[in-house]
Design a binder for this molecule. Structure first.
Ligand SMILES: Nc1ccn([C@@H]2O[C@H](COP(=O)(O)OP(=O)(O)OP(=O)(O)O)[C@@H](O)[C@H]2O)c(=O)n1
Ligand SMILES: C[C@](O)(CO)[C@H](O)COP(=O)(O)O
Length: 398
């Protein structure tokens, strides 16, 4: 039986981050997981909770169109608030915007924690009956090491240590005042309970949930896909791409998203990154979405000199829009030069970043053409890309 709250409870969801560690072309909170943007999964949980009276979201000013698309039609949302350069600034901006509503309690939550359960939200709200601040947190279970570079310095006793989660709940007036004062004093923090601690407010520990993960890396997002879509049968598909660009006068080539100084450059309408073009076609091939020329016609002047990053990012976005994800990308570069080996890991890292996957899912290989043919004569570079992807099987069974 849900408890009747005499007090007004609002949820403040912070979503103004850039999601740099997750990669993937757009901020992670707007990436589709199980057919819906992550932020929508999160906001729906709070909007549907019977004890939450209103939900306000803090967004980056550049993300208004993404926000409108992701949360279209969801009821119970206040107007979005513009965030700041840090999470702390974004929370303060959200609290200031809510001040006019004069809520009694506020639950501050990361947009990228889509698994907070109904029961966890209840526990945090309940804790505010007796405390001014409540923190969802789980005891640390791993053995903790302090390290410098790749050497362990010592072992940190884990007794009494908790990993902080969100939601974190507060008496609204107390946390607004504390946040304002911390900003004035220039106290940097990574969560809001820290602000309460700094202000001398006792923070009640509420049992968190190990499943209430913050989606930070590409692997976290792949895990979320599996969890949010456990029953949906999936299928694996493979796509291939092939591309060639000739050399012309210049001093560097773009290859695998990396600029490599060289005595020539590759000619083409865009930056002529033959490797990214092959991978783009491989991803498009896996979802039967035409080829790179279909989406970025060479006749269109807007793609003149364009960075090929956006071609691959676009193909990955189309894949994600179908609830798909990349399993692996495999690239073979055929060239007499430049040497790929010294740049292999930088290329893998860049491709992984553009595609929003872990580097372990990206392979870059190179070979010469044994002096045969146009590649062998040093007239150009060829590349072959392969992508394997996982898609909801129900997406297209025909
Ligand atoms: N200036 C910021 C930075 C972060 N956040 C939000 O705070 C939550 C937790 O932050 P984190 O996971 O670190 O997200 P990002 O800052 O986006 O990630 P990264 O550090 O990888 O860029 C996210 O919902 C994020 O959108 C925010 O509202 N405003
Ligand atoms: C608030 C938080 O979710 C608590 O775990 C976390 O600190 C926010 O993420 P960040 O990477 O520290 O910004």
């Amino acid at each position: 039986m849900p408890k009747a709250d005499p007090e007004r409870v609002v949820a403040l969801i912070v979503a103004a981050g850039r999601g740099v560690r997750a990669g993937g072309g757009i901020p992670k909170q707007y990436r589709a997981v199980a057919g819906k943007a992550i932020i929508r999964h999160t906001a729906e949980r709070f909007a549907a909770h019977p004890r939450i009276d209103a939900v306000a979201v803090v967004i980056h000013p550049d993300d208004r169109a993404l926000y409108d698309e992701a949360l279209a039609g969801l009821e119970g949302l206040a107007a979005p608030v513009a965030g700041g350069a840090s999470r702390q600034e974004s929370v303060l901006a959200g609290l200031e915007a809510l001040a006019g509503l004069s809520p009694d309690r506020v639950l501050i939550h990361d947009a990228v924690r889509p698994f907070a359960s109904h029961g966890l939200i209840d526990r945090v709200i309940d804790a505010l009956d007796e405390a001014e601040a409540a923190l969802a947190a789980s005891p640390v279970t791993d053995t903790l090491k302090r390290g410098a570079e790749d050497i362990v310095a010592d072992t940190v006793p884990r007794e009494g240590l908790f990993a902080a989660e969100t939601p974190q709940g507060f008496r609204f007036a107390a946390i607004l005042d504390a946040h304002r004062r911390a900003a004035e004093a220039g106290i940097p923090v990574t969560d809001d309970a820290s602000i309460a601690e700094w202000a001398g407010i006792a923070v009640r520990l509420v049992p968190g949930e190990r499943g209430n993960a913050k989606l930070t890396t590409p692997e976290d997002i792949a895990m979320a896909e599996e969890r949010l879509n456990p029953s949906l049968p999936r299928e694996t598909r493979v796509g291939t791409g092939y591309d060639v660009h000739p050399f012309t006068d210049g001093d560097a080539v773009w290859l695998g998203g990396i600029r490599i100084p060289y005595g020539k450059r590759l000619a083409g309408h865009s930056d002529a990154d033959v490797a990214l073009h092959a991978l783009t076609d491989a991803v498009l091939g896996a979802i039967a979405e035409g080829d790179i020329g279909t989406h970025f016609p060479p006749s269109d002047p807007q793609w003149r000199g364009a960075s090929s990053d956006r071609f691959l990012a676009h193909a990955v976005k189309l894949l994600r829009a179908r609830g798909g994800r990349i399993l692996n990308l495999d690239l073979a570069i055929v060239a007499e030069g430049p040497k790929v080996g010294p740049h292999r890991d930088a290329m893998r890292a860049r491709i992984a970043e553009i595609a929003g996957v872990g580097i372990g899912r990206v392979a870059v290989k190179a070979t010469t053409n044994e002096k045969l043919g146009f590649v062998g004569r040093g007239e150009g570079i060829a590349a072959i890309g392969t992508a394997s992807v996982s898609l909801p099987a129900s997406e297209d069974e025909s």
